[in-house]
Structures are given as C-alpha cells and as structure tokens.
Ligand binder design. Structure first.
Ligand SMILES: Nc1nc2c(ncn2[C@@H]2O[C@H](COP(=O)(O)OP(=O)(O)O)[C@@H](O)[C@H]2O)c(=O)[nH]1
Ligand SMILES: [Mg+2]
Length: 444
C-alpha cells in the first residue's frame, strides 16, 4: 500500500450509481491547488465558502457544473488540506470529474486511505475509525446505535480509564521494587488486589461483550431444523410475518434451504428454513431432496442459533449435538402433545413466537436493551486485545495471591496496559492498519 503523505489523493466519496449529487474529495498538499485549477481559480480563491463554477479538463473542455470548497490543514477530516467538488451524481459523470483531478496530479485513493490519514494525523483514534466503518455499514437500528456510540468515543473512554488505573497501580507496585527495605504490612495493600480484580472484571466484560457487539453489528443467523412436516416452514412464515416458504401437508415440500431476513428487537436476523430430514423408515430416494438436505446441513453448521423443531409425532430430538447454540421447540402448540419442557409455539395461533425471538437473541449473546447501554467491542481485533488485558490482570492477581515479588506483578500490569493501549490504537503495526483499512470503501 502506498502511504506517502506527500501524495495528494482523490476519490469519489459518494455511493456508486445514479444520485442527485456526487462528491469528489481530495486530500493532501496539492488538494486545494488541483481543485481550484479545475475551476480556473487561484488556490487562494478556494476556502470554506462554497463556490459555484464550471469544471474543465486540461484541454479546456467543459465537464460539469460543480460546487467547490476547501478546508485547510489541520482543520479537516484528514488533518491535511482537503477540497471537495460536488458535481451531479452518476457513475459516468463522477468518473469524468475524478479523471480531471487525476490528470492534474492527484492519485486515486486506496480503500480507507482518507480515514487512515485522519488516524495518522491524530484526528481519529483507531477505535473510532473502526466505528466509522460500522456506522457506514449499519443495517439495523441497534447496529447503528452501537456504531454511533463507539464513534462518539464511549468505548475509547472506558478503555482509557482502565489503562490509566493499570498504570497507576504499576507505579505503586514499582515503588516497592525500588524500596524493598520498606517492609509494608501486606494487609495495608490488599486494596491493590481488589483494584486489579476490578480491572480484570472490566476487561472480561469487554471481551465477552464481543458476542453482543458482533451479533448486533453483523446480524445473526438462525436455522430451523427437524424432520419433514413438523412445521418448520410454517414457523418461518409466522416468525417473519409473511408467506415466504411453501407449506403443505405432504412431506418433503421444502427441498432447498431458504433464507429470510427480518429485524428482531432492532437486530438483523436471517432465518434459514431447511429441507426436513426423514426418519429411518421413510428415507427419500429423491436425489434433489437429498441434495437439499445436504445443503441445509452446511448452512446449519454455520448458524449462530439452531432451533430444533419437534411436533411430538416424530421421534423427539433434544438437539444436544448443537450444544449451547440450540433452542428446542414443541411446534403445533394448538394441537395436543407433551412439550417435554420445550418452548411451545404455534404457527397457527402465534403462541410462543415472541418468546422464541427473545430466547434466540439471548442465546446469540445479545444483551437486552438496558444491558446494551454500556460500550461494547465489535471487532475480533478489539476482542483479542481485551482478552489479553483480562488474562494479564488475572495473572497479576494470581501473582499477588501467591506472594510473588513485586517485579512479577509489575510485568503483568505492564502487559495489560500495553494491550489496552493497542486496543485504543496506540502503537499498532502497519499490518493491523493495512487489514483494517482494506475493509473500507474507496473514498472513505
Ligand atoms: N395445527 C397446526 N398445524 C401446523 C402448524 N404448523 C404447521 N402445521 C401443519 O403441518 C404441516 C407441515 O407444515 P410445514 O410448515 O410444511 O412443515 P415442514 O415440513 O417442517 O416445513 C402443514 O400441513 C401445516 O399446515 C401449527 O402451528 N398448528
Ligand atoms: Mg418445509
């Protein structure tokens, strides 16, 4: 990746396709000069005041009428000189505008390069850059709210507070290393162990909250499984409130797997209906149906939650093979049958459907609305570092309990503080940045 800050980068900042307006954004030392030149203006003529003008290519041909303005470093998104040209929307038109700035010396930006420069120039920390990506991609109300909360810096503040406490404890413990003769009464520093434990708990909450963060951000997949005719397709239709899957009294109606995306309590949920399996006495020799069953099985293995549907007529399936991601349901609750402690639902009457949705979200680790007011980590990078800090605090506690020398406790506290600093984006390597910004679109 080219990251020379001497370059002036340019990109179409608005979404592809037809649109009322489209924006070309430039950033770098020549951004304002190049943008001004396309309008036949001197660089000084372009500032925060919006100018209307005709943009021309190098040969002087009129290309489009645009609004233009500039923000001088460091008062811009990237912290560099930035200029924006707002032309008419449309892929072809914006491609023309972009070509006009490229032929004057700008380079087309890499994905996420504007944001990367903002991070490099201290305009945005890494956590907020990650949140920015999530705001752009938010597909549900709660995903959006979580992303905006992290973008506002809430997560960063919590992590910085834990890091500060860790450094304060480290200073205290290092004091004992320097003055070993000062034989302290062990009970007088018991508060240190208590404090380390509370920092460990804070990091543990962050690491475990990843399940919530990920489910809310990416949405979750729920697969309905069970023998033919237990009412899986009916349940899917009832859950999403529309007739998406075919329902029939004859077994083997669902041959393919089918996905329907819905929003449950503000979270995007993809419900997968699978071709039912058949009992031993009734195997299907239909190759198509067998293929459908195999495809469904693959989809089930990657589902976040598996709902095992029993109607009480077929052999009871307790879903134990799905371990903790299973919810067992007794369907057709309007008919007779022993639910054996399973959640009773009925596609006909709507019984148990709200309960099913709530339980699925809980199994996927989604916190209830009150619980979700706290900050959450949302990426694997963040989760790994929160877990590393948690483990280092746990090791520090263990060292205290075992009355290890203060040097040992200090090492663990320093490790925890380093993990937290990296979590905030301090001193992270180029590889981490390359990976992160590659997920951005060009122009952001
Ligand atoms: N009484 C009653 N019948 C149901 C219910 N759900 C499904 N059925 C019936 O059970 C049969 C099989 O349903 P279907 O959804 O196709 O099952 P699938 O093979 O598991 O997808 C159909 O005749 C449905 O009308 C329910 O909640 N109550
Ligand atoms: Mg079906």
């Amino acid at each position: 990746m080219i990251t020379s800050d001497a370059d002036t980068i340019a990109a179409i900042a608005t979404a592809a396709g037809a649109g009322g307006v489209g924006i070309i954004r430039l950033s770098g030392p020549r951004a304002i000069e190049i943008a001004a030149a396309t309008l036949g203006l001197a660089p000084m003529a372009l500032d925060r005041t919006v100018r209307l003008g005709w943009l021309r290519d190098l040969e002087g041909t009129l290309v489009d009428q645009v609004l233009a303005f500039a923000m001088r470093a460091p008062a811009s998104f990237t912290g560099e000189d930035v200029a924006e040209l707002q032309g008419h929307g449309g892929t072809h038109n914006l491609g023309k505008l972009l070509a006009c700035v490229v032929e004057r010396g700008a380079r087309v930006a890499e994905p996420g390069e504007f944001t990367r420069r903002a991070v490099a120039n201290g305009k945005l920390d890494l956590l907020r850059a990650e949140a920015l990506l999530e705001v752009i991609h938010a597909g549900s109300e709660r995903a959006w709210r979580l992303a905006q909360a992290n973008l506002s810096g809430r997560l960063g503040l919590e992590i910085a507070a834990i890091e500060r406490s860790a450094l304060a404890l480290l200073a205290e413990v290092e004091g004992w290393i320097d003055f070993p003769e000062q034989d302290l009464d062990p009970s007088s520093d018991a508060w240190i162990t208590t404090e380390i434990e509370s920092l460990r708990a804070g990091c543990a909450r962050l690491a475990e909250g990843f399940r919530h963060g990920r489910a809310v951000h990416k949405g979750l997949t729920v697969a309905l499984v069970g023998p033919v005719n237990v009412g899986k397709s009916s349940l899917l239709n009832a859950l999403v409130g529309s007739e998406r899957a075919l329902v029939a009294a004859q077994p083997g109606t669902t041959r393919d797997w089918l996905e329907v995306t819905d929003v449950w309590d503000g979270v995007t949920v993809t419900v997968v209906d699978t071709a039912g399996t058949r009992g031993e006495g009734d195997p299907t020799d239909d190759a198509l149906e067998q293929r459908g069953i195999a495809l469904g099985a693959a989809r089930v293995s990657s589902a976040d939650v598996v709902v095992v549907v029993n109607d009480g007529a077929a052999a009871w399936d307790d879903g134990a093979r799905f371990a903790e991601r299973v919810l067992v349901v007794k369907s057709k609750g309007d008919l007779a049958g022993d639910p054996r402690g399973a959640l009773v639902t009925s596609a006909t009457t709507g019984q148990g459907l709200a309960e099913l949705k709530g339980r699925v979200l809980a199994i996927a680790g989604v916190a209830d609305r009150e619980g979700s007011e706290q900050p959450f980590v949302t990426t694997a990078r963040q989760q790994a570092l929160a877990a590393a800090a948690r483990d280092a605090f746990a090791a520090a506690t263990a060292a205290r309990v075992e009355r290890c020398p203060p040097e040992v406790v200090a090492i663990e506290l320093r490790t925890a503080a380093q993990a937290l600093a990296q979590l905030r984006g301090v001193e992270v390597g180029d590889r981490v940045l390359d990976e992160l910004f590659a997920r951005f679109c060009i122009g952001k």
